[in-house]
Write a protein that binds this ligand. Structure first.
Ligand code: NCD
Length: 308
Protein backbone atom coordinates (compact mmCIF):
# COMPACT_ATOMS: atom_id res chain seq x y z
CA UNK A 1 0.00 0.00 0.00
CA UNK A 2 1.18 3.51 -0.78
CA UNK A 3 -0.13 6.68 0.91
CA UNK A 4 -1.38 8.02 -2.46
CA UNK A 5 -3.54 6.72 -5.32
CA UNK A 6 -1.74 8.56 -8.07
CA UNK A 7 1.91 9.27 -8.80
CA UNK A 8 2.25 12.69 -10.42
CA UNK A 9 5.53 14.10 -9.11
CA UNK A 10 8.77 12.85 -7.59
CA UNK A 11 8.04 15.10 -4.62
CA UNK A 12 5.63 12.37 -3.46
CA UNK A 13 8.53 9.91 -3.28
CA UNK A 14 9.84 10.26 0.27
CA UNK A 15 12.78 8.17 1.49
CA UNK A 16 10.33 5.82 3.31
CA UNK A 17 8.31 5.26 0.14
CA UNK A 18 11.48 4.74 -1.92
CA UNK A 19 12.61 2.06 0.56
CA UNK A 20 9.24 0.36 0.31
CA UNK A 21 9.22 0.40 -3.51
CA UNK A 22 12.86 -0.76 -3.63
CA UNK A 23 12.08 -3.76 -1.42
CA UNK A 24 9.13 -4.78 -3.60
CA UNK A 25 11.24 -4.20 -6.75
CA UNK A 26 13.87 -6.65 -5.43
CA UNK A 27 11.09 -9.19 -4.87
CA UNK A 28 9.71 -8.60 -8.38
CA UNK A 29 13.17 -9.03 -9.95
CA UNK A 30 13.50 -12.31 -8.09
CA UNK A 31 10.01 -13.41 -9.21
CA UNK A 32 10.89 -12.65 -12.85
CA UNK A 33 13.99 -14.88 -12.55
CA UNK A 34 12.10 -17.67 -10.84
CA UNK A 35 8.68 -17.72 -12.48
CA UNK A 36 8.73 -15.35 -15.45
CA UNK A 37 5.12 -14.30 -14.85
CA UNK A 38 3.12 -14.18 -11.61
CA UNK A 39 -0.61 -14.09 -10.84
CA UNK A 40 -0.68 -10.83 -8.94
CA UNK A 41 -2.92 -8.66 -11.11
CA UNK A 42 -4.82 -11.24 -13.13
CA UNK A 43 -8.12 -9.53 -12.20
CA UNK A 44 -6.92 -6.05 -13.27
CA UNK A 45 -6.77 -4.06 -16.49
CA UNK A 46 -4.03 -1.46 -17.05
CA UNK A 47 -4.71 1.43 -19.48
CA UNK A 48 -1.67 2.81 -21.31
CA UNK A 49 -2.14 6.18 -23.02
CA UNK A 50 0.96 7.41 -24.81
CA UNK A 51 0.46 10.74 -26.55
CA UNK A 52 4.22 11.31 -27.03
CA UNK A 53 6.88 8.95 -28.45
CA UNK A 54 8.17 6.32 -26.05
CA UNK A 55 10.16 3.09 -26.24
CA UNK A 56 11.45 2.13 -22.78
CA UNK A 57 8.63 3.59 -20.69
CA UNK A 58 5.86 2.18 -22.85
CA UNK A 59 7.42 -1.23 -23.42
CA UNK A 60 8.55 -1.72 -19.83
CA UNK A 61 5.07 -0.81 -18.54
CA UNK A 62 3.64 -3.33 -21.01
CA UNK A 63 6.16 -5.96 -19.94
CA UNK A 64 5.47 -5.23 -16.25
CA UNK A 65 1.71 -5.59 -16.78
CA UNK A 66 2.25 -8.83 -18.75
CA UNK A 67 4.51 -10.29 -16.07
CA UNK A 68 1.80 -9.55 -13.47
CA UNK A 69 -0.79 -11.12 -15.82
CA UNK A 70 -2.90 -7.96 -15.98
CA UNK A 71 -4.99 -7.23 -19.05
CA UNK A 72 -4.24 -4.07 -21.03
CA UNK A 73 -5.98 -1.43 -23.11
CA UNK A 74 -3.73 0.77 -25.13
CA UNK A 75 -3.68 4.00 -27.18
CA UNK A 76 -0.57 5.33 -28.87
CA UNK A 77 -0.46 8.84 -30.32
CA UNK A 78 -3.27 11.40 -30.15
CA UNK A 79 -4.23 10.36 -33.69
CA UNK A 80 -5.38 6.98 -32.39
CA UNK A 81 -7.91 8.60 -30.00
CA UNK A 82 -10.72 11.18 -30.08
CA UNK A 83 -8.23 13.78 -28.78
CA UNK A 84 -7.48 14.18 -32.50
CA UNK A 85 -11.14 15.16 -33.00
CA UNK A 86 -10.89 17.75 -30.24
CA UNK A 87 -12.07 15.75 -27.22
CA UNK A 88 -10.75 17.17 -23.94
CA UNK A 89 -8.23 15.29 -21.83
CA UNK A 90 -10.77 15.19 -18.99
CA UNK A 91 -13.40 13.47 -21.18
CA UNK A 92 -10.82 10.99 -22.44
CA UNK A 93 -9.89 10.10 -18.86
CA UNK A 94 -13.57 9.76 -17.83
CA UNK A 95 -14.00 7.17 -20.54
CA UNK A 96 -10.74 5.26 -19.97
CA UNK A 97 -11.34 4.96 -16.21
CA UNK A 98 -14.45 2.93 -17.03
CA UNK A 99 -12.34 0.54 -19.11
CA UNK A 100 -9.48 -0.02 -16.64
CA UNK A 101 -8.30 -0.22 -13.01
CA UNK A 102 -5.29 2.07 -13.40
CA UNK A 103 -4.22 4.63 -16.02
CA UNK A 104 -0.63 5.24 -17.13
CA UNK A 105 -0.28 8.34 -19.31
CA UNK A 106 2.44 10.22 -21.19
CA UNK A 107 1.34 13.56 -22.59
CA UNK A 108 3.15 16.58 -24.11
CA UNK A 109 1.61 19.21 -21.81
CA UNK A 110 3.25 20.36 -18.61
CA UNK A 111 0.62 19.79 -15.92
CA UNK A 112 -1.47 17.28 -17.91
CA UNK A 113 -0.74 14.59 -15.31
CA UNK A 114 -2.24 16.68 -12.55
CA UNK A 115 -5.36 17.36 -14.62
CA UNK A 116 -5.74 13.68 -15.51
CA UNK A 117 -5.17 12.48 -11.93
CA UNK A 118 -7.69 15.01 -10.62
CA UNK A 119 -10.28 13.75 -13.09
CA UNK A 120 -9.63 10.03 -12.74
CA UNK A 121 -11.47 7.88 -10.20
CA UNK A 122 -8.94 5.07 -10.71
CA UNK A 123 -5.24 5.31 -9.75
CA UNK A 124 -3.11 7.29 -12.19
CA UNK A 125 0.62 7.22 -13.06
CA UNK A 126 2.46 10.08 -14.77
CA UNK A 127 4.72 8.55 -17.43
CA UNK A 128 6.00 12.01 -18.44
CA UNK A 129 4.09 15.31 -18.73
CA UNK A 130 5.89 17.47 -21.25
CA UNK A 131 9.13 18.94 -19.95
CA UNK A 132 7.86 18.84 -16.38
CA UNK A 133 8.30 15.51 -14.59
CA UNK A 134 8.93 11.81 -15.07
CA UNK A 135 8.58 10.30 -11.59
CA UNK A 136 8.70 6.62 -12.63
CA UNK A 137 12.03 7.25 -14.36
CA UNK A 138 13.35 8.73 -11.11
CA UNK A 139 12.27 5.54 -9.31
CA UNK A 140 14.33 3.53 -11.80
CA UNK A 141 17.26 5.91 -11.35
CA UNK A 142 17.03 5.67 -7.54
CA UNK A 143 16.85 1.87 -7.75
CA UNK A 144 19.92 1.82 -10.02
CA UNK A 145 21.88 4.08 -7.66
CA UNK A 146 20.88 1.95 -4.64
CA UNK A 147 21.91 -1.28 -6.40
CA UNK A 148 25.26 0.04 -7.59
CA UNK A 149 26.20 2.60 -4.94
CA UNK A 150 24.29 1.31 -1.91
CA UNK A 151 22.93 4.69 -0.82
CA UNK A 152 20.90 7.70 -1.92
CA UNK A 153 22.47 10.22 0.43
CA UNK A 154 25.92 11.79 0.54
CA UNK A 155 26.25 11.70 -3.25
CA UNK A 156 28.16 14.05 -5.51
CA UNK A 157 26.10 14.09 -8.72
CA UNK A 158 26.69 15.82 -12.07
CA UNK A 159 23.68 16.52 -14.31
CA UNK A 160 24.08 17.26 -18.03
CA UNK A 161 23.38 18.40 -20.64
CA UNK A 162 19.87 19.87 -20.68
CA UNK A 163 18.90 20.36 -17.03
CA UNK A 164 16.44 23.05 -18.07
CA UNK A 165 14.17 20.86 -20.18
CA UNK A 166 14.83 17.25 -19.11
CA UNK A 167 11.89 15.93 -17.10
CA UNK A 168 14.06 13.01 -16.00
CA UNK A 169 16.57 15.42 -14.47
CA UNK A 170 13.76 17.44 -12.85
CA UNK A 171 12.32 14.35 -11.18
CA UNK A 172 15.65 12.88 -10.08
CA UNK A 173 16.88 16.16 -8.55
CA UNK A 174 13.53 16.41 -6.73
CA UNK A 175 13.85 12.85 -5.42
CA UNK A 176 17.51 13.13 -4.37
CA UNK A 177 16.90 16.52 -2.73
CA UNK A 178 14.99 14.70 0.00
CA UNK A 179 18.14 12.89 1.17
CA UNK A 180 20.87 14.53 3.26
CA UNK A 181 24.31 15.64 2.06
CA UNK A 182 23.74 15.44 -1.69
CA UNK A 183 25.62 17.87 -3.94
CA UNK A 184 24.60 18.67 -7.53
CA UNK A 185 26.74 20.11 -10.32
CA UNK A 186 25.01 21.13 -13.56
CA UNK A 187 26.96 21.17 -16.79
CA UNK A 188 26.03 21.93 -20.40
CA UNK A 189 25.22 24.97 -22.54
CA UNK A 190 24.62 28.08 -20.52
CA UNK A 191 21.13 28.45 -21.99
CA UNK A 192 20.16 24.96 -20.73
CA UNK A 193 21.14 25.33 -17.09
CA UNK A 194 18.44 25.11 -14.41
CA UNK A 195 16.58 28.35 -13.74
CA UNK A 196 17.36 30.27 -10.57
CA UNK A 197 13.94 29.18 -9.27
CA UNK A 198 14.90 25.53 -9.73
CA UNK A 199 18.27 26.09 -8.03
CA UNK A 200 16.58 27.92 -5.19
CA UNK A 201 14.17 25.10 -4.47
CA UNK A 202 17.10 22.61 -4.36
CA UNK A 203 19.00 24.96 -2.05
CA UNK A 204 15.91 25.21 0.15
CA UNK A 205 16.03 21.43 0.52
CA UNK A 206 19.64 21.72 1.71
CA UNK A 207 21.34 20.67 -1.54
CA UNK A 208 24.57 22.41 -2.44
CA UNK A 209 24.35 23.29 -6.16
CA UNK A 210 26.91 24.58 -8.62
CA UNK A 211 27.26 25.01 -12.37
CA UNK A 212 30.35 24.15 -14.42
CA UNK A 213 31.39 24.52 -18.08
CA UNK A 214 32.98 21.08 -17.95
CA UNK A 215 33.81 18.50 -15.29
CA UNK A 216 36.65 16.05 -14.69
CA UNK A 217 35.07 12.74 -13.67
CA UNK A 218 38.04 11.97 -11.43
CA UNK A 219 37.19 14.95 -9.22
CA UNK A 220 35.22 12.89 -6.68
CA UNK A 221 31.93 12.60 -8.53
CA UNK A 222 29.80 9.53 -7.73
CA UNK A 223 27.35 9.79 -10.62
CA UNK A 224 27.16 11.55 -13.98
CA UNK A 225 23.48 11.63 -14.97
CA UNK A 226 23.32 12.58 -18.61
CA UNK A 227 20.29 13.16 -20.83
CA UNK A 228 20.15 14.19 -24.49
CA UNK A 229 19.30 17.76 -25.43
CA UNK A 230 15.50 17.66 -25.58
CA UNK A 231 15.16 18.56 -29.26
CA UNK A 232 11.36 18.58 -29.29
CA UNK A 233 11.21 21.18 -26.51
CA UNK A 234 13.42 23.85 -28.08
CA UNK A 235 11.56 27.03 -29.00
CA UNK A 236 14.61 27.95 -31.11
CA UNK A 237 15.92 25.11 -33.34
CA UNK A 238 19.13 27.08 -33.95
CA UNK A 239 20.01 26.76 -30.26
CA UNK A 240 19.62 22.99 -30.50
CA UNK A 241 21.75 22.68 -33.65
CA UNK A 242 24.41 24.94 -32.17
CA UNK A 243 24.86 22.71 -29.13
CA UNK A 244 23.91 19.17 -30.15
CA UNK A 245 27.39 17.91 -31.02
CA UNK A 246 29.26 20.03 -28.51
CA UNK A 247 28.35 18.15 -25.39
CA UNK A 248 29.18 14.46 -25.24
CA UNK A 249 30.88 12.02 -22.93
CA UNK A 250 33.89 10.33 -24.47
CA UNK A 251 35.65 7.11 -23.53
CA UNK A 252 38.72 9.09 -22.54
CA UNK A 253 36.69 11.06 -19.98
CA UNK A 254 34.96 8.02 -18.48
CA UNK A 255 37.64 5.30 -18.56
CA UNK A 256 39.45 4.73 -15.27
CA UNK A 257 37.05 6.81 -13.16
CA UNK A 258 34.70 5.33 -10.50
CA UNK A 259 31.92 7.69 -11.51
CA UNK A 260 28.76 5.79 -12.57
CA UNK A 261 27.28 6.92 -15.89
CA UNK A 262 23.47 6.96 -16.00
CA UNK A 263 21.21 8.06 -18.86
CA UNK A 264 17.42 7.58 -19.07
CA UNK A 265 17.97 7.08 -22.84
CA UNK A 266 17.39 7.33 -25.78
CA UNK A 267 21.05 8.11 -26.45
CA UNK A 268 21.43 10.57 -29.32
CA UNK A 269 24.68 12.56 -29.27
CA UNK A 270 25.43 12.73 -25.54
CA UNK A 271 27.53 9.56 -25.04
CA UNK A 272 30.00 8.04 -27.50
CA UNK A 273 29.14 4.40 -28.25
CA UNK A 274 32.65 3.25 -27.30
CA UNK A 275 31.80 4.15 -23.69
CA UNK A 276 29.21 1.34 -23.60
CA UNK A 277 31.52 -1.52 -22.63
CA UNK A 278 33.14 0.30 -19.70
CA UNK A 279 32.15 -1.17 -16.30
CA UNK A 280 30.73 2.14 -15.03
CA UNK A 281 28.47 2.65 -18.08
CA UNK A 282 25.19 1.59 -16.45
CA UNK A 283 22.53 3.00 -18.78
CA UNK A 284 21.37 -0.23 -20.40
CA UNK A 285 21.30 -1.99 -17.02
CA UNK A 286 19.33 1.02 -15.72
CA UNK A 287 16.78 0.58 -18.55
CA UNK A 288 16.41 -3.11 -17.66
CA UNK A 289 15.31 -2.21 -14.11
CA UNK A 290 12.26 -0.48 -15.63
CA UNK A 291 10.31 -3.72 -15.61
CA UNK A 292 10.62 -4.78 -11.92
CA UNK A 293 10.31 -1.15 -10.75
CA UNK A 294 7.08 -0.67 -12.71
CA UNK A 295 5.78 -4.07 -11.55
CA UNK A 296 6.34 -2.91 -7.97
CA UNK A 297 4.57 0.39 -8.59
CA UNK A 298 1.59 -1.15 -10.37
CA UNK A 299 1.08 -3.77 -7.69
CA UNK A 300 1.53 -1.33 -4.80
CA UNK A 301 -0.93 1.17 -6.31
CA UNK A 302 -3.40 -1.62 -6.82
CA UNK A 303 -2.79 -2.55 -3.16
CA UNK A 304 -2.24 -6.22 -3.60
CA UNK A 305 1.36 -6.50 -2.57
CA UNK A 306 2.73 -6.62 0.94
CA UNK A 307 6.31 -5.53 1.43
CA UNK A 308 8.40 -8.71 1.86
C1 NCD B 1 13.14 10.11 -21.21
C2 NCD B 1 11.85 10.88 -21.46
O1 NCD B 1 10.98 10.43 -22.20
O2 NCD B 1 11.75 11.93 -20.88
N1 NCD B 1 13.13 8.81 -21.72
C3 NCD B 1 12.61 7.78 -21.01
O3 NCD B 1 11.47 7.79 -20.59
N2 NCD B 1 13.42 6.74 -20.76
C4 NCD B 1 14.35 10.86 -21.65
C5 NCD B 1 14.40 11.42 -23.04
O4 NCD B 1 13.48 11.23 -23.85
O5 NCD B 1 15.40 12.07 -23.32
Amino acid sequence: MLPFDSLISANQLTPEIISQITAVTDKMADDIDRYGRINLLEDKVVALLFFEPSSRTMLSFQSAAQRLKAGMVFAQGAASTSIEKGESLEDTIRMVEAYSDIIVMRHPWHGSAETAARTSTVPFINAGDGGNEHPTQSLIDAYTIMRHKGRLDDLNVVFGFDSLQSRSIHSLTTLLSQYPNNRFTFTGPEELMPTSKMLESMNDMGVECSVADSVDLNDGYDIFYVNRLQQERFADPVLFEKNRKKYRLTRKQVEGSDCLILDPLPRIDEIDTDVDDLPNALYFKQASYGVPVRMALLSLLLSKHNTP
